[in-house]
Design a binder for this molecule. Structure first.
Ligand code: ZN
Ligand code: ZN
Ligand code: ZN
Length: 366
């Protein structure tokens, strides 16, 4: 069993070391993944402010609306909960705690209205994004985090296997999307987070939202889906052919599969994040599809579906064991079809380990 208070205290201690190095006097976190990462509580996105205050020393404090206090289960050794009543102005309470500070790190997802109110009350404060403190900590996953990512990946793989046995033709994207969302939960996710079902020409839009388009014979269908287990995300993409693929689709898919494989094989500690993007892109460039690969190769994953490190040209950060990210090249021909293959990969001591192992072949469905 993991000792949650100890884990939180260790993470908070590391955040404080980073604050000291960055010259940050105090850190305040509201909605977003940084707060649950540090104390295990996720703020409700609401006009009623939830905000945790992490001073350089002393016990952090979590201000929550009084009516939400009953749902907070935070160890008092980690963080002291301070409920505020409906007639109080929580921003004033926070401002009082910031007195004497000069540089404040504030959670990147904090609503602008709260930051603006804080700035109005204390014009001498300098605010910096809390991600400068928290992102480097969250970048390398510990064993517990990797176990949750692994479980989420395996659950997503079972959804992919079930999809391969489904009839696609005659169903709408929306209908198939609901099937995927239900299956994500049935296979073990706490919640379904997203389902992209992009058929025929819609496949050329990488973040397509399912529509009422009826899937028909001859379509290529991109399905990208994920959910959460214990807060940690799955994210995988498989491409399906309704009936046998055309020679054009088959040729593009062959190049895409080689590109994805090449990208995964390039993963190892010490190489840059950018180099994985270069590896996949080179295969598609050489095969003549580079023009149609219109996004970066991948993104980090953890408590957020998209987080550091991003596998993109210009990111010279070296990969380290424990980093987790997607490798997801795609080919998108506007007005015609699209295709993508996506696996989550964890950096190991000497390479990369896929967390998705469902078939990466172009799956022919009815
Ligand atoms: Zn995406
Ligand atoms: Zn995805
Ligand atoms: Zn992704």
């Amino acid at each position: 069993m993991t000792d949650k208070p100890t884990m939180s205290n260790q993470r908070i201690a590391r955040a404080r070391e980073a604050m000291a190095v960055a010259g940050v006097d105090i850190m305040v976190l509201s909605v977003g993944a940084d707060l649950p990462y540090l104390i295990g509580y996720e703020a409700m996105p609401s006009e009623r402010l939830t905000m945790a205050v992490f001073p350089a020393t002393g016990t952090p404090r979590l201000l929550v609306p009084e009516l939400e206090a009953p749902r907070v289960a935070v160890d008092p050794e980690v963080c002291r909960v301070q409920p505020w009543g409906e007639r109080e102005r929580p921003v004033d309470l926070i401002a009082a705690m910031l007195a004497g500070a000069s540089t404040v790190a504030i959670g990147d997802h904090t609503w602008a209205r709260f930051l603006l109110a804080l700035q109005e009350g204390a014009s001498s404060l300098r605010f910096v994004p809390a991600s400068t403190i928290t992102a480097p900590l969250r970048l390398v996953k510990d064993h517990g985090e990797i176990a949750l990512l692994t479980a989420a990946g395996a659950a997503a793989d079972r959804v992919a296997a079930r999809l391969a046995a489904e009839r696609f033709s005659g169903r709408t994207e929306r209908h198939l999307g609901r099937f995927v969302a239900d299956a994500l939960v049935e296979e073990g996710h706490d919640t379904a987070a997203f389902t992209i079902v992009a058929s025929g020409p819609n496949g050329a839009s990488p973040h397509h939202e399912p529509t009422d388009r009826v899937i028909e014979l001859g379509d290529t269908v991109v399905i990208d889906f994920g959910g959460r287990i214990g807060g940690y995300c799955s994210d995988t993409t498989r491409t399906f052919s309704v009936g046998e693929p055309s020679t054009e689709v088959a040729a593009a898919y062959e190049a895409l599969q080689r590109a994805q494989q090449t990208g995964v094989e390039a993963v190892r500690p010490g190489v840059t994040a950018e180099s994985i993007d270069t590896a996949t892109r080179r295969v598609l460039d050489d095969a003549g599809y580079g023009r149609w690969f219109i996004h970066r190769t991948g993104h980090g994953i953890g408590l957020e579906v998209h987080e550091d490190p991003y596998l993109v040209a210009g990111n010279h950060r070296p990969l380290e064991p424990g980093m987790a990210f997607s490798v997801e090249p795609g080919v998108y021909l506007p007005g015609r079809f699209g295709m993508r293959i996506e696996d989550i990969v964890v950096v190991t001591a000497n390479g990369g380990r896929r967390l998705n192992e469902s078939s990466r072949a172009l799956v022919v469905v009815g």
